[in-house]
Design a protein around this ligand. Sequence first.
Ligand code: ATP
Length: 299
Amino acid sequence: MMQIFIPLNFLGFVYREMKGALANIEKMFSLLTVKPAVEDAEDAAELQVLEGRIEFDAVRFGYRENREILRGVSFTVEPQQKVAIVGASGAGKSTLFKLLFRFYDVDGGRILVDGQDIRSVSQDSLRRAVGVVPQDAVLFNQSILENVRYGRVDASDEEVMEAIRHAQLYDFVQQLPEGVDTMVGERGLKLSGGEKQRVAIARALLKRPPIMVFDEATSSLDSRSEQGILQSLREIAREQTTLVIAHRLSTVVDADVILVMEQGRIVEQGSHGELLEQNGHYATLWRLQQQERRQEAAA
Ligand code: ATP
């Protein structure tokens, strides 16, 4: 009986895995039919990052013909600046990130990193220069220490520990039964959204690419987690050019420049104070979010 049970159970597992994989392949093909995969130019050079300046120059882009998502987007992120992008869902914020990684080529305009058009450099060198902190970090069935080490596989234990401290993960890790050796992932300890994002930040701190893009988690965080993330984000932004898709007021207030996106355009840009003074879209968004905060606090 056992002999039959185990293989069937295993087959169930294989089936689920296969189905997941097929769904991903389907997704990949549906993407490929929309736009051809980006290829390196024959004479592609290595990207040379000296300062980390990013320029979007009149960028136009659509995933499909007849539906433009970005309609002439221009902005510059100066070296080591922290720029926050805000705007309603669907405004095109993540699309900016995908184009900076060159998952797709622009339909018009250009994107420059330290003066080099990203279409003229190898994708490898571009992706080495740009680090990403996603909303939902993937955790492997390994210890926290090993999970953070994925940021730079040849990093020493000391370097990994330093990244853990700078990502404000140390206090959390210390409370765990086996400290940094505690297993996480599907079969280990489950981490909250905020904790996972701090693991991603620790990886990014270990990699220290000159340009960092950060997709702030939309999931609600307790104020300690929020403060932790903010502190570690400051740590990243101190030395690196940082672009953040921001959902939280705390992140936005802190930024050197805030870009306000609406339907594929940047409709306002400036510091928090400047934008409040303009009393436009941002000021309205700010008042709404503050109202929500007060309601949440009262509930
Ligand atoms: P959110 O805050 O909800 O993440 P966003 O501002 O980041 O939104 P994008 O994800 O950039 O918005 O999406 C902009 C538009 O592009 C949306 O209308 C979306 O449906 C469309 N879009 C995004 N990805 C694809 C894709 N792979 N194929 C086709 N359309 C897409």
